[in-house]
Design a protein around this ligand. Structure first.
Ligand code: ADP
Length: 256
């Protein structure tokens, strides 16, 4: 049987005295598209920041491809805290696109995409350029490669951020409310690119989104998070069209 690419096992996370994740159990299969919905402050972003190792859990473990994110075996087969090499290896399978694009303003679009693979992974520049052009083509920006971020619209910048994340050929892509900072007329083009990526294939995706129609269209599974627990989960139509819990019903009425 196929193994999950990502497993959250009883993940807890507190900030100070406040427990924002209260025991999350979640398996994500290779290629699966999971939408995370829920009220502001319910813990959605924290779930994906943990996977990106931007936060450490207070309890529980996360495995990627069966490997613990924060622990590794040393030469004596003892479990020890993960070193940078271990973290980099696992993180290489995970890409993330944020609400704000975080592009380098003094670099062209092409240079922005080439930076991490050239510097961090020390890959051959000609190969990296070829990949960057391919990824920028995927997000529909072939004609913009020599422009600077300030010369692009918000939607185009977000598509560059996606191309940049795709450069590492991640097995899992995380999208954190990638359209919520955009002007409404620019949302569609960004969703369209994500939709194409989703339909194209075998990359698993976790999407934090308030775009319910979009979730209905592309997700294999929708999770409704409430106060740090997964309150309801299932097939998109089950969750979004025939919700069971009163809280989920109430939440959804705010988006229709
Ligand atoms: P969501 O994405 O569902 O809006 P978040 O995961 O961003 O929720 O946040 C969950 C809760 O954790 C919120 O109450 C938020 O204020 C709190 N929180 C998130 N990050 C931090 C942090 N670095 N320090 C303190 N509190 C935080």
């Amino acid at each position: 049987m196929e193994e999950p690419i990502v497993q959250y096992k009883n993940i807890r996370k507190s900030f100070g005295d406040v427990e924002v994740l209260k025991g999350i159990n979640l398996d994500i299969m290779p290629g699966e598209k999971v939408a995370l919905i829920g009220p502001s402050g319910s813990g959605k972003t924290t779930i994906i920041r943990l996977l990106m190792t931007l936060e450490q859990p207070t309890g529980g473990i996360i495995e990627v491809n069966g490997e613990n994110l924060w622990l590794m075996q040393n030469k004596k087969n003892e479990l020890v805290e993960a070193d940078d090499k271990h973290l980099r290896k696992i993180r290489g399978d995970i890409g993330m696109v944020f609400q704000h694009f975080n592009l380098f303003p003094h670099m062209t679009i092409l240079e922005n995409c080439m930076l991490a693979p050239t510097i961090v992974k020390k890959k051959d520049k000609a190969d990296v350029k070829k990949t960057a052009l391919e990824m920028l083509d995927k997000v529909g920006l072939s004609d913009k490669v020599d422009l600077y971020p300030s010369q692009l619209s918000g939607g185009q910048k977000q598509r560059v951020a996606m191309a940049r994340a795709l450069m590492m050929r991640p097995k899992v892509m995380l999208f954190d409310e990638v359209t919520s900072a955009l002007d409404p007329e620019l949302v569609g083009e960004v969703l369209e690119v994500i939709r194409d990526l989703a339909k194209a294939g075998d990359m698993a995706m976790i999407l934090v989104t308030h775009e319910m129609d979009f979730a209905l269209d592309i997700a294999d599974r929708v999770l409704f998070l409430n106060e740090g627990t997964i309150e309801e989960e299932g097939h998109p139509t089950e969750i979004l069209v025939n919700p069971k819990s009163e809280r989920l019903k109430d939440f959804l009425t705010r988006f229709t």
